[in-house]
Design a protein around this ligand. Sequence first.
Ligand SMILES: NC(=O)c1ccc[n+]([C@@H]2O[C@H](COP(=O)([O-])OP(=O)(O)OC[C@H]3O[C@@H](n4cnc5c(N)ncnc54)[C@H](O)[C@@H]3O)[C@@H](O)[C@H]2O)c1
Length: 242
Amino acid sequence: MTDKTILVTGGAGHVGSHLIELLVANPKNRVISLDNYFNGSRDNHIPGAEYREGHTKNIAALVPESVDIIYHLGEYARIASSFEDVDKVYDMNMIGTFAVVEYCRTRKVDKLVYAGSSTKFAIEGNGRHQSPYAFTKANNVDLINDYGAWYGVPYAICYFYNGFGPREVSEGKYATVIARFAHSRMSKISRAASRWSASTVGATATRSATRRAIRCWRSPRRSADRSASWMDPLGVRNRGTT
Ligand SMILES: NC(=O)c1ccc[n+]([C@@H]2O[C@H](COP(=O)([O-])OP(=O)(O)OC[C@H]3O[C@@H](n4cnc5c(N)ncnc54)[C@H](O)[C@@H]3O)[C@@H](O)[C@H]2O)c1
C-alpha cells in the first residue's frame, strides 16, 4: 500500500536519479519521474520508479494523480552553455517552474522542494546576474518564496554546491567539469585514478546532498532560503558552482 506519491522532476538526471534511489528504498513511496530527457538518460532509470517523458510546463496533463511531495530538479542546469542557450533556459526554467508552482497551488501539494543554485551567492550576492542560468535559478527561488507568502504553498529551498559523481553527463556540450576530467585522456593511470575518486567520493557526496533534500520535506516548518544550513554538502565553497 502506498503512503506517499512523490514526483521528482528531472528524475533521469544526475542528482534526480540518486534521489529516486533513496526514495524507492521505502516501499511505501510511489515515485514518479517527469523528465524531458534534455540532459537526462534512460541509463539513469532506477527500478521501482515510474518514468514519464515531458516538459514541466505540461505537468498538469502528464501527472494527473494526486501528488503529496514534489522534488523539483528538472531544469536546465549548466552555467557556461546557458549564454548560447538562453531561449532553452528561459523555457525550461521559467515557463516550466511557473507551471510547477501553479500545480502545487491549485492541487494543494503538501510540499514543494526546489533545487536552488548557489550561483546567486557569488560576488557578494550579485551572482544572480552573472549568467542566464543563475538569473533563472534565483528568480525561481523568489517566485517560490512569494507563492509561499501569497498562497501558503508549503515549500523548502535546498541549495546544492557542486554535486558530482556517477551518472553525470561526461561527454559533449553538456558534460560537467568533473565528469569530463574523470573521462579525459590524460594517461591511463591518472584516468583510472580520477575516475575512481570521482565515483567513490562523488557517490558519497551526492547521497549526502540528496539526504539533505529529503530532510527538507520532513521538517515540519516551512524553510525559506535556508542557505546557511543547507549549503556546502561537499565542504566546498566555490564561486564556479552550479
Ligand atoms: N549538480 C549540482 O552541483 C547542482 C548545484 C546547484 C543546483 N543544482 C540543481 O539541481 C538540479 C539537478 O541538477 P543535476 O546536476 O542533476 O543536473 P542534470 O542536468 O543532470 O539533471 C537535470 C534533469 O532535468 C531534466 N530537465 C531539464 N529541464 C526540464 C524540464 N523543463 N522538464 C522536465 N525535465 C527537465 C534534464 O533532462 C535532466 O535529466 C537542477 O535544477 C540544478 O539546477 C545542481
